[in-house]
Design a protein around this ligand. Structure first.
Ligand code: AMP
Length: 217
């Protein structure tokens, strides 16, 4: 099962990739997570990537492609994997075709205003990193963490102008992949506006319709 999850920032790709990874015992390969690990580890690669990430722009293809090629050649990816956040443009998709055959691309579709609301309502605790949402998961007392009493704040990444920039990058660079994969007949669209469980159920239906899992379970 070699799957790509495609969709704008905030579509829930990471969450769904984790669920699939757990259920099917195949690794989730998330380039954003890999890059953040490089940044916090202070590697050369991390230093090069950091500025682009901060601006909501794509990290140069050569860095990403080398990183993903190395990761997909590891033993645990042999039985399959879930790609989250890669490919992000046509050049990356072409490079991926040279590395491995993808079975299915699932486009998790959410519109920009919903994404902006999801991100800009998000609050994180300075002390314990717990995450809340002004509308969907509010803390009991405004500005205060339920778990530890710490102060809640908005992450730089979650500010409206940064979210809109990431969405613009998605529209310009990544959205053309929808046509790219449709023309290869491996694209399926899933409505990403429901709850985590609803979206997960849609993904299961798509996997079953493609014969990648039995529908019985
Ligand atoms: P994510 O966690 O997937 O939203 O990724 C966070 C940031 O990492 C993005 O805004 C990009 O700057 C960078 N990034 C992640 N994946 C890629 C990729 N495939 N190509 C280029 N940049 C990426």
């Amino acid at each position: 099962m070699r799957i790509v999850l495609l969709g704008p920032p905030g579509a829930g790709k990471g969450t769904q990739a984790s669920k699939l990874s757990e259920e099917f015992h195949i690794p989730k390969v998330a380039t954003g997570d890999m890059l953040r690990a490089e940044v916090s580890g202070g590697s050369d690669l991390g230093r090069r990537a950091q500025e682009y990430m901060r601006r909501g722009e794509l990290v140069p293809d050569d860095i990403i492609i080398r990183m993903i090629e190395a990761r997909l050649s590891e033993e645990d990816c042999r039985r399959g994997f879930i790609l989250d956040g890669f490919p992000r443009n046509i050049a990356q998709a072409r490079a991926l075709e040279g590395i491995v055959t993808i079975d299915l691309v699932i486009h998790i579709d959410v519109d920009e205003e919903e994404v902006v609301e999801r991100f800009t309502g998000r609050l994180a605790c300075r002390q314990c990193q717990a995450v809340y949402h002004r509308r969907f998961n509010p803390p009991l007392h405004e500005g205060v963490c339920d778990a530890c009493g710490g102060e809640l704040y908005q992450r730089v990444d979650d500010r409206e102008e940064v979210v809109r920039q990431r969405f613009r990058t998605y529209r310009e660079a990544t959205q053309p992949l929808i046509e790219f994969y449709r023309s290869r007949a491996i694209l399926e669209r899933v409505d990403g506006s429901g709850t985590i469980e609803e979206v997960a159920a849609h993904i299961r239906e798509v996997l079953a319709s493609r014969g990648l899992v039995t529908s019985a379970g």
